[in-house]
Ligand binder design. Structure first.
Ligand code: AGP
Length: 612
């Protein structure tokens, strides 16, 4: 996914659009660029491979860049290497029109061939450049930039979030979206466009969420929204409910560490106002229109990607254990092609932090085509997935900037826990059991804080394992998904190969990997499979494996078996994943920092994968 920012108004555009894409750098960071229309109505393009700071330092400090209209882009390459030539913005043949784009144009080769036959010459290997030439083609007929953009996008198959400027209309900024998020910021005598609210919340909290197949024409004091079919659209202005402090690192070195330490608060925010003590149950806004249908649900699918898929696996244990409803978890990318069985009493839950993940969005749409009721569990308000589900719950984790998801994971589990409690109490869960679940949930933020207080101890363990080449994460029951999540955290930010497995499964192959160079992390809270885990630890110890255990203070049995222990407070089995994942997040973070990795912007990754 890429970052897009556009500005038109009374202030200097350049510092605003540069600052804006810096706040979006987590979305993609292999190259970046800007385009401005200066006071001589010239279109000035400047772009660079590498980080945005490299772009910023290379911009000449001269009058050419004085402008009140500009667009900027930070790229996560999909088509074409991350080179300066392939960086956005892209221009038409005449050098009058500049375009930045997030998404994929699936029919760009066909369009490119057709344009080349009309003597358009291309400079880059990207799909995006096709848009600049298409708009040029239609502008020669319509002499209207907004119209030309609409006509061009009607020919596009695929996804786009774009902004367009032209020196022939230096008082207009055009934007459009299909499948890639775009937000319009409404200011005083100025207007903004961004692919993410974090780029514009410092300027305005008044926003409009563009919907698919809509375009907008912005001037400094006005905006006009039209569909690709030329129908004008009235859209109310919403207000962003968080402020810029949420997207500053503060005293932390990385956003990821800040977000790990925010978890006592973010977990509390996930259940705040959603507990009904007097009825020993929970309530989730937005569900009421479907509450009767939920009574009849006999099968649940939970669909997601990455860390959200790991949360979905925890959700499977929660919903079957507490609500006694059969659950199947599926990767979004697999669900949409496997011809799933969906009945009228099937509920599909899609989980997505960003609410923009292309595979999850496509799976959601497939589920709806098949008549399922679709519930969303997302974090970004107004995101595409949030808007396309039948109902849903926001996790209220606040902006998650670090590419490696942490607080979103624990908040997703919290919301799944609340939903399982709600469904359970609608079925056979007793008031007293409901009360016990609620009581324990309320203790979790403090218990998370107790684990965070062990950060230095975890850092010392990380120092001993920062140079390993492989690692194995093992857990059982509720903590098998945590083993997968812990392994993902390590590999995606430290680039150490790591695998998660159900602990018992180790005997069926992975045990061959065990030797003194292979650290094995056991997630071993004292629950109903604790004795089994201790046996698995013995099996690893017998083969000289180095063992790190995430465990409760027990009667001394585990201490003599392992090389390191990270203690966690006790809780009920269904809430252990929220506690056991914290040490694994911190361990991955410290190993990555010790290895000199860019924790917030790991190589090859982006915060939300809006391409398939
Ligand atoms: C998590 O650390 C990863 N960055 C990635 O797996 C992520 O969870 C996945 O891409 C899904 O994103 P979403 O929750 O925004 O849909």
């Amino acid at each position: 996914m890429c970052g897009i920012v556009g500005y038109i108004g009374k202030k200097q555009a350049l510092p605003i659009i540069i600052e804006g894409i810096k706040r979006l750098e987590y979305r993609g960071y292999d190259s970046s660029g800007i385009a401005v229309i200066n006071n001589d109505t010239e279109l000035i393009i400047h772009k660079r491979e590498g980080k945005i700071i490299d772009l910023e330092r290379s911009i000449p400090n001269d009058k050419n860049f004085i402008s009140h209209l500009g667009i900027a882009h930070t790229r996560w390459a999909t088509h074409g290497q991350p080179t300066t030539t392939n960086a956005h913005p892209h221009t038409d043949c005449s050098g009058s029109i500049a375009v930045v784009h997030n998404g994929i144009i699936e029919n760009y080769q066909v369009l490119r061939k057709s344009l080349e036959k009309r003597n358009h010459s291309f400079k880059s290997d990207t799909d995006t450049e096709v848009l600049a030439h298409l708009i040029e083609h239609f502008y020669q007929k319509t002499k209207n930039l907004h119209t030309s953009v609409r006509y061009s996008l009607r020919m596009v198959k695929g996804t786009f979030g774009i902004t367009v400027i032209s020196k022939d209309e230096p008082d207009k900024l055009i934007a459009a979206r299909r499948g890639s998020p775009l937000i319009v910021g409404i200011g005083e005598g100025e207007n903004f466009v961004a692919s993410d609210a974090t780029a514009l919340v410092v300027h305005t909290k008044n926003v409009i969420y563009l919907q698919d197949n809509e375009t907008v024409e912005l001037t400094p004091n006005d905006f006009t929204i039209k569909t690709l079919a030329d129908n004008e659209v009235e859209r109310e202005i919403s207000e962003i409910d968080w402020d810029i402090s949420m997207v500053d690192k503060g005293e932390f070195d990385y956003f990821m560490l800040k977000e790990i330490f925010e978890q006592p608060t973010s977990i509390a925010n996930a259940f705040r106002g959603r507990i009904m003590e007097q009825f020993n149950t929970s309530r989730l806004g937005g569900i009421n229109p479907y509450i009767d249908k939920l009574k009849d649900i006999k099968q649940i699918y939970i669909i997601a990607c990455g860390t959200s898929w790991h949360a979905a696996l925890v959700g499977e244990y929660l919903l079957e254990d507490i609500a006694k409803i059969p659950v199947e978890v599926e990767y979004a990318s697999e669900f949409r092609y496997r011809n799933p069985i969906i009945n009228p009493d099937t509920l599909v839950i899609v989980i997505s932090q960003s609410g923009e993940t292309a595979d999850t969005l496509a799976a959601l749409r497939e589920a709806k085509v098949r008549g399922a009721i679709v519930m969303g569990i997302t974090n970004v308000i107004g995101s595409t997935i949030a808007r396309e589900t039948d109902f849903g719950s926001y996790i209220h984790a606040g902006a998650e900037i670090g590419v490696a998801s942490t607080k979103a994971f624990t908040s997703q589990i919290t919301v799944l826990f609340l939903f399982a409690l709600l469904l359970g109490r609608m079925r056979n869960l007793s008031p007293s059991d409901g009360a016990k679940y609620i009581h324990e949930l309320k203790t979790i933020p403090e218990k998370v804080q107790q684990i965070l207080d062990c950060n230095e101890e975890i850092k010392r363990i990380a120092e001993q394992y920062k140079d390993v080449r492989n690692a194995l994460y093992l857990g059982r029951g509720y903590n098998f998904p945590v083993a997968l999540e812990g392994a993902l955290k390590l590999k995606e930010i430290s680039y150490i190969h790591a695998e998660g497995y159900p602990a018992a499964e180790m005997k069926h192959g992975p045990i061959a990997l065990i030797d003194e160079d292979m650290p094995v992390l056991f997630i071993a809270p004292e629950d109903f499979v604790y004795d089994k885990i201790l046996s698995n630890i013995e099996e690893v110890k017998a083969r000289k494996g180095k063992i790190i255990a995430i465990a409760n203070r027990d009667s001394g049995r585990i201490e003599k078996l392992v090389d390191h222990i990270i203690y966690i407070p006790r809780t009920i089995p269904s809430l252990t994943p929220i506690l056991t994942v914290i040490p694994l997040q911190l361990l991955a973070y410290h190993v990555a920092v010790l290895r000199g990795c860019n924790v917030d912007q790991p190589r090859n990754l982006a915060k939300s994968v809006t391409v398939e």
